[in-house]
Design a protein around this ligand. Sequence first.
Ligand code: NI
Length: 170
Amino acid sequence: MAILEIFTKDDPRLRARAKRVPRVDDGTRRLMDDMVETMLAAPGVGLAGNQVGTLLRVIVLKVENQLYQLANPELIRAEGEQIGYEGCLSVPGYVGEVARAERVVAKGLNRHGKEVRIKGTGLLARAIQHEIDHLDGILFTDKLTSLDTLRPVEEVLGAEHSAEAAELAV
Ligand code: NI
């Protein structure tokens, strides 16, 4: 496995629409594993292909100790609303307030190419929506409830709260 470079907000790859994975193969699995290693090292709770410079629709997430690796993820249901602070490994040092659906169901292909569904609420739902947005070239800074809410992470959480800051980095 390898730690990949995470591209940050002015990189054009973050604004591109990623392409569907035609077939989940060894190359896809290697990419998924490298993305997991990169996400955990960052540390963060989610990462999308665009952020590491591959324009393939692959996302990884680790929420509440559960790891997810998905190719071609799609939201099939989104309900309710949550408003909260969110960050991104591609927008280091900042968080902002974003409204997301509170509960989602997504489908995609797992590392064996089998179709799976993920049901998420709260942080998992937020992270799934954030990562799928990445694949469409959208950053959380495009969706702020108000521009004034984009603030340095230590102003919002305090300098000592690095664990919570990692939870916001999706
Ligand atoms: Ni992100």
